[in-house]
Write a protein that binds this ligand. Structure first.
Ligand code: DX5
Ligand code: ZN
Length: 220
């Protein structure tokens, strides 16, 4: 599968969000990563489905990767499906029944993702793999942009990749947190094929240069 670069709008300028999203897509981004936080599962509060709908109405046609850090999660799944999500990822701790929640996502015609926090064992995938289109490995603890990459997450990516290679289905392996130009290649070498970067892209002065440098590192 080709590598996908997914800027996290958590680090965008929210006062002009539509232009920011247009700018990173024009600069070569593949997917928009949309972080939803509830001040309950994580100690931060961000954006909901009306913001996704506003981006779609603004004319954003790229895939949008919704990362739900909310508890309880099920009721928001249909709201984000209607608002225009392409992927919806959930944390297993936020639902009584992850299998059913992943099924709700897929029943809405959306690609379903499961998120592994740094302290979540890969065994959480047992019995869930047949409901999963995407596995998101957190390389920081969820809640904030701009945190430092946790190197042990590369072992987690390798462990997930080994499980996926044993299975027949095509599942995306995404990494989220602290990804920069200088570590994106290590994440790819560990087995990731979808790369979230918030502060590294939106905190840079030239989105084209930053995304091109990431692409060059991935293709080197
Ligand atoms: C953290 C979020 C990330 C975050 C990444 O909870 O899930 O998507 O925005 O930001 P950076 O790339 O700055 O670590
Ligand atoms: Zn995220």
């Amino acid at each position: 599968m080709e590598d996908l670069i997914a800027p996290s709008i958590l680090s965008a300028n929210f006062a002009r969000l539509g232009e920011e999203v247009d700018a990173v897509l024009n600069a070569g981004a593949d997917v928009i990563h949309f972080d939803v936080m509830d001040n309950h599962y994580v100690p931060n509060l961000t954006i909901g489905p009306i913001v996704l709908k506003a981006l779609r109405d603004h004319g954003v046609v790229s895939p949008v990767d919704v990362h739900l850090m909310v508890e309880p999660v099920d009721r928001l799944i249909s709201d984000f499906a209607e608002a225009g999500a392409t992927y919806i990822s959930i944390h297993p701790e936020t639902t009584d029944d992850p299998y059913t929640s992943l099924g709700l996502i897929r029943a809405a015609g959306i690609k379903a993702g499961l998120v592994l926090n740094p302290d979540t064992p890969v065994t959480v995938l047992d019995n869930l793999l047949d409901q999963i289109d995407l596995i998101l490995v957190m390389s920081v603890n969820p809640g904030f942009g701009g945190q430092t990459f946790l190197p042990a997450s590369l072992d987690k990516v390798r462990a997930v990749r080994a499980r996926l290679d044993d299975s027949v289905r095509n599942v995306r392996l995404e990494i989220d947190g602290g990804i920069k130009i200088d570590n994106i290649r290590a994440a790819k070498d560990a087995g990731a094929d979808m790369f979230v970067a918030g502060s590294a892209i939106f905190g840079s002065t030239n989105y084209v240069k930053t995304i091109s440098a990431m692409r060059t590192a991935l293709n080197a």
